[in-house]
Design a protein around this ligand. Structure first.
Ligand code: NAI
Length: 254
């Protein structure tokens, strides 16, 4: 095993949700490790900012403004990569409503982005890796909510639980071809998503989370980008079907 198992020189990565927060930090770090990074997001301006960060760092970025629920656009973008080694399916949205207040359209919207968007990315990536004989790595983005649920988190935690089952199922199906599939389930990470959520002053605010976190702080996007890099690289060569929980030690916060 080489010492620098994190070196991604010569590899191609595709990152969804790359215009902001965890996705942007992951795209920047994968590029810094040597990968050519394809960045996808529905926020074109945010994508430009990510590309600038990667280029200022000496890396290579290609941009795909798209909605991850548009399977045809996603397929086209993944095909444009040619040989694909790494997929990081990060794009997601937050939604809060109590079980009693949850409407069909809330559930559909969250499942479409947070589950189907990840499913399409996994299908296109695994299909490409199989067709090209690439022993690639797929990383999905779950959430600490898979363990805890939480007030108002029905749609979000149900979609993330589905991502976990997708991850485990796909890992068993692609393992024999050397393709690994793992999920990251972060705790509270300070990003535009949690800034918006915190402003709503829920029971699960940032201050409340810090009190319940053994490491005494919330996470930063870079904390999760390093987990993505680990799972994307040969450093995790014998790891598949797993859920990595970078969360500061939070167990059951409610
Ligand atoms: P963010 O809001 O900063 O970034 C999410 C990105 O996804 C944005 O650039 C947004 O434009 C993009 N996106 C959303 N829907 C899309 C769609 N339909 N098509 C294309 N792009 C779309 O949020 P953050 O915090 O960086 O979240 C990234 C992922 O990490 C999400 O899946 C989230 O659920 C997950 N996560 C975040 C945690 C946190 O505390 N921030 C904790 C656990 C999981």
């Amino acid at each position: 095993m080489p010492v620098d198992a994190y070196d991604l020189t010569g590899r191609t990565a595709f990152v969804t949700g790359a215009a902001s927060g965890i996705g942007r930090a992951s795209a920047v770090l994968l590029a810094r490790a040597g990968a050519t990074v394809h960045c996808a997001d529905r926020d074109a301006q945010g994508l430009d900012e990510t590309a600038t960060a990667i280029k200022d760092d000496g890396g290579t970025a290609h941009l795909h403004p798209l909605d991850v629920t548009d399977r045809a656009r996603l397929k086209e973008a993944v095909e444009a990569c040619g040989r694909l080694d790494i997929m990081a399916a990060v794009a997601g949205i937050m939604h809060t409503s109590t079980v009693l207040e949850t409407r069909d359209e809330d559930l559909d919207r969250v499942l479409n982005v947070n589950f189907k968007g990840v499913l399409y990315a996994c299908q296109e990536a695994a299909g490409s890796m199989i067709a090209n004989g690439v022993p690639g790595s797929i990383v999905t983005m779950a959430s600490g909510a898979i363990d805890t649920g939480g007030p108002g988190l029905l749609c979000y935690s149900a979609a993330k639980a589905a991502v976990v089952q997708l991850t485990k199922t796909l890992a068993t199906e692609t393992g024999p071809r050397g393709i690994r599939v793992n999920a990251v389930a972060p705790g509270w990470i300070r990003t535009p998503m949690t800034d918006r959520h915190d402003a709503a002053a829920q029971a699960h605010s940032e201050a409340a989370m810090i009190r319940r976190t053994p490491l005494g702080r919330v996470g930063e996007p870079g904390d999760i980008a390093h987990a993505v890099l680990y799972l994307a690289s040969d450093a995790s060569a014998f790891t598949t079907g797993q859920i990595l929980r970078p969360n500061g030690g939070v167990a059951m916060p409610w």
